[in-house]
Design a protein around this ligand. Structure first.
Ligand code: PPE
Length: 311
């Protein structure tokens, strides 16, 4: 990761190297953070943040679930993220807002720990490797179950959820796979460690419902919107594990992963073992919007005006 100049902290820009927290901040012992990941794409008219409003909404939703008091409004954070990309003069980047419980009281009860809000950004390339978007990735089913209902709330994007994600991702990694797919507590397909999943068979696109312990992905929602517009049948339904082995196409969605085809699961080839035609159509529809090559008909992009000198 290449550092950028500034990070936003509680309303002020500070130097990248000064964005420290105390080791006894509540978040360190107890995982009490919520965060987001937002891509800002390079377009002919300068950088544009993808679905900034929806990401900001989800950040506030995550904080609400965990009773984390927010010290800024959604509008203030929205504006601050635009300003962050401007001051760091990036053409494209990944924006990472983090809201955490800071230094104060000791013990689990966080009532004396102030909320700290940080906004950082940096340039982030392809998540699952440079070839992944065209060639697809080889993945496995994880031996780890995704968050069970009423344990850690899956709708919240909380730092603590990523301990489960780390188990999934590391297990996959040591066994030579790009990513792991976790099942929910009932054994139905849930999601990857950092992606939602779509499974296509017989021309019908399936994706697990929110009740299958998935993050309500904003890329997931974008793909559902695009599929409907293209007239492709799509259902949100519980999906059995073995559907992955007999699927025609499988792909991941996520801010970082974008739309990444899956070419094998547990060394069983998916369809023809390469990116399928429906995946390719959805990728094309997605990238032409985010890269500003067609009209922004869904209002998904927030243009960021750069200081003239960097254009
Ligand atoms: N599920 C999980 C568990 C998840 O972490 C992500 C995003 C998604 C689904 C897709 O959500 P969305 O980005 O709104 O489409 N994972 C973020 C973090 C990745 C990381 O390694 O950090 C991301 O893609 O930015």
């Amino acid at each position: 990761m290449t550092p950028t100049e500034k990070i936003w902290h509680n309303g002020k820009f500070i130097a990248w190297d000064e964005a420290h927290i105390h080791v006894l901040a509540h978040v360190v012992s107890y995982g009490s953070s919520v965060f987001e990941g937002i891509r800002c794409y390079e377009t002919a008219n300068g950088p544009a943040a993808f679905r900034l409003k929806e990401h900001t909404r989800r950040l506030f939703d995550s904080a609400k679930v965990y009773r984390i008091p927010m010290r800024f409004t959604a509008e203030e954070l929205h504006e601050a993220m635009i300003e962050l990309v401007r001051v760091n003069q990036l053409r494209s980047c990944y924006i990472r807002p983090i809201v955490l419980r800071g230094y104060g009281g000791v013990g689990v009860l966080p009532t004396n720990n102030p909320t700290e809000v940080y906004l950082a950004c940096w340039e982030w390339g392809k998540y699952l490797g440079d070839e992944a978007l065209a060639q697809g990735v080889d993945v496995c089913i994880s031996s780890w179950t995704r968050l069970a209902p009423n344990t850690l709330p899956a709708l919240a994007k909380a730092g603590a959820n990523y301990m489960n994600s780390q188990l999934i991702r590391l297990e996959a990694h040591v066994n030579g796979y790009a990513e792991g797919i976790a099942l929910d507590d009932k054994g139905a397909i849930s999601e990857g460690s950092g992606e939602n999943i779509f499974v296509i068979r017989g021309g019908i696109i399936h994706t697990p419902p929110l009740a299958s312990s998935v993050l309500p992905g904003i890329t997931r929602d974008s793909v559902i919107t695009l599929a409907r517009e293209l007239g492709l049948p799509l259902v949100e339904t519980a999906i059995p594990r073995e559907m992955l082995y007999v699927a025609d196409e499988v792909f991941f969605t996520g801010t970082a992963a974008e739309i990444t085809p899956v070419r094998s699961v547990d060394r069983i080839e998916v369809g023809s073992g390469r990116r399928g035609p429906i995946t390719e159509r959805l990728q094309a529809a997605f990238f032409e919007i985010v890269e500003g090559r067609v009209a922004d008909r869904f209002g998904w992009l927030t243009p960021i005006q750069q200081p003239v000198a960097t254009r």
